[in-house]
Design a protein around this ligand. Structure first.
Ligand code: GLV
Ligand code: MG
Length: 335
């Protein structure tokens, strides 16, 4: 399928290349703000330039009787601040909720020119994206908004995971996707109350040996979905993200979940708590030792072809491309 993002530019840096295209903007953490709480809105100026993306959350975690206040609060915080290079997103309520239509109408017509991305929850198939795409086209035209507002889908229903590839290729407005482990667990009937992360009972037992007790190795509950999402996204030039990690008291487990996602191709994760901001910044920036080695590869193969040995490790055209991914990201972080 033709890359639908080809219609919009400039979403990738450099010329078309034989490796995947990099995002222009760093989006290592999507930082969630509850806009109905005045005190939290007051902290937004401190977030600008500290986080890569500020997101005003209107959906889950906002009480039903505060939905209108959250929408109005988001509009207010958007008007009150100059976000500069910091991305501005909102997570609207889901399509079949009583709030979605007003979320879209009020936000796009009043502050749509400042908004980069709309995160759409509980996306089940390409039809959900087509609907939002058309509504956005109408509202943008009506309000004279020149820069198209992008769509970011949350992958958080069994139906959505089944249709992930057609969601990814559904519209040139698609920015990317995030895993929503809490809703997805419920939708699939998984037996966990955790928001992301592993579970001690999801493990395999190592073989028995005469001298040692059998060890249980915990497995990653989200590996399959993240892998599927990364392939669907990258095949269409979109950005994949890990979503929320709910246990704020366990930053080691959060870091490990984020790092798995980074290694598998994700570009960022959600930060729901201030402690997760620096954590995501560190994890989703390439490791300096890895960057140094990647630079050695690029230097040793100036035209990206052939085979060389570096520190006893074979390098060729494919590892050159791997190195380019890491060095390009490092340049973006440094810029
Ligand atoms: C996020 O929205 C989730 O359901 O995990
Ligand atoms: Mg959810």
């Amino acid at each position: 399928m033709k890359n639908p993002r080809a219609f919009y530019q400039p979403l990738a840096i450099g010329a078309p290349a034989p490796y995947r295209e990099l995002p222009v903007a760093l989006e290592r953490m999507i930082h969630f703000v509850p806009p109905h709480i005045e005190k939290m809105r007051g902290k937004v100026p401190d977030l600008i330039n500290k986080v890569d993306v500020v997101l005003g959350n209107l959906e889950d975690a906002i009480p039903a009787d505060a939905k209108v206040a959250a929408r109005r609060g988001f509009i207010q915080m958007t008007k009150d601040n100059d976000f500069g290079q910091t991305g501005l997103w909102t997570r609207v309520n889901c399509l079949n909720s009583p709030w979605f239509l007003d979320d879209l109408l009020e936000i796009v017509t009043s502050v749509g020119d400042k908004l980069d991305v709309i995160m759409l929850p509980k996306v089940e198939g390409p039809w959900d994206i087509h609907y939002l795409d058309q509504l956005l086209a109408q509202l943008e035209a009506r309000s004279g908004i020149k820069k198209p507002i992008m769509i970011h889908a949350i992958l958080e229903t069994a139906e959505g995971v089944k249709n992930v590839e057609s969601i990814a290729s559904s519209s040139p407005r698609m920015h990317g996707m995030s895993l929503g482990p809490a809703d997805l667990a419920a939708s699939r009937g998984m037996k966990t109350t955790r928001v992301g992360g592993g579970h001690p009972d999801y493990s395999v037992l190592a073989d028995a040996s005469e001298n040692t007790a059998r060890t249980a190795y915990q497995q990653d509950l989200w590996h399959y979905t993240v892998a599927k999402m990364v392939d669907a996204c990258l095949s269409c030039g979109l950005k994949p993200f890990y979503g929320p990690f709910g246990d704020f008291s366990d930053s080691a487990a959060c870091e490990s979940q984020f790092r798995n996602a980074f290694l598998m191709g994700c570009l960022g994760a959600w930060s729901l708590h201030p402690t997760q901001i620096e954590l995501a910044k560190r994890v989703f920036s390439p490791d300096p030792a890895e960057v140094a080695f990647a630079i050695k590869i690029l230097d040793a193969m100036p035209d990206g072809t052939g085979a060389v040995m570096i520190d006893g490790k074979m390098q060729d055209d494919a590892t050159w491309k791997q190195a380019k991914v890491i060095v390009d990201l490092a340049k973006l972080v440094a810029s």
